[in-house]
Design a protein. Sequence first.
Length: 343
Amino acid sequence: MNYGKVPKIELHCHLDGSLRPETVLELIESSKDTTEKYLQGLGENREARLQAVTTLLVAPYDCDSLDTYLKRFELPIYLMQTEEVLERVAFELMEDCAKEAVKYVEIRFAPQLHTEGQLDYDRIIGSVVKGVKRAEQIFEIRGNVILSYMRNSDVEGIYSVLDAGKPYLGKGVVAIDLCAGERDLFAPRFKEAMGYARKLGYHVTIHAGETGITQNIVDAIEILGAERIGHGVAMMDNPEIQKKVAERGIFIECCPTSNLQTSAVEKIKDHPILPFEREGLLITLNTDNRTVSNTSMTGEFECLEKAFDIETDFCKTVYENALEGSFADIETKAWLTQFKSQI
Ligand SMILES: [Zn+2]
């Protein structure tokens, strides 16, 4: 199957992990300030420089931990501190998605990481939404933004993000997410904040069970009201929890290549996406980070095909689940329905 041409939907894609290396190089070279430190040792000719930048952005296939993987975000975040850059990278991500027949994407990013250039949350969120909307006018794709919050930072800080995103709800922003390393049982301390988010009208998706803590999946659903779970790999050995999650109609945002890099699974063949599907879980397929994971939606399908011999029915299921589990409005969902027959 030519996965590059098959209509696809992506629900879990981080903006800062999906910058084009070409754009990053251009931004470094055009900036006269402290980006000096990133320019050192990049080499003489453009090709070598691009290669060096790519190395800074792409995580190896065998990262020793989630934290090593997360280091790849340092340079992109350093650069994403102006309205122009935020708008541009959001637009380019939409374009990259459209070029591989992704018809709808939910782009997530954490506004709190983009205040170094003195931008306030309104301008940060507004710039990303603007880039998404501009791309919608040009390419055959629709998009929405999910606001992420770094759960290892102070709980109180999430309220100003939620308030800043409120005017954009239904106008480009659809949900709140908790992300970053997963070391403890984080859900109880975000209970009130997530209740507040839901009251404002945010949908909720939570990174949980990415690298080992199964209880976080249950807590994200029961304590935080998550409608979708990012990753959920940790429940692969726990049929009881799988059953519970399936019964509640929670969607799972699977990201196989990313899980391989963070050692959540040892090899793609060990990834639970197909067993999850057999157990009745509503699985979706996603890149997590296009650049950091050096992948695309096409790449994720191809990687599954190599490991599992997936069939057309699988692509249909993944599309239908993603359509159903997306936070898009009724109109967008109706528009996306037309592409089902092309799979
Ligand atoms: Zn993620």
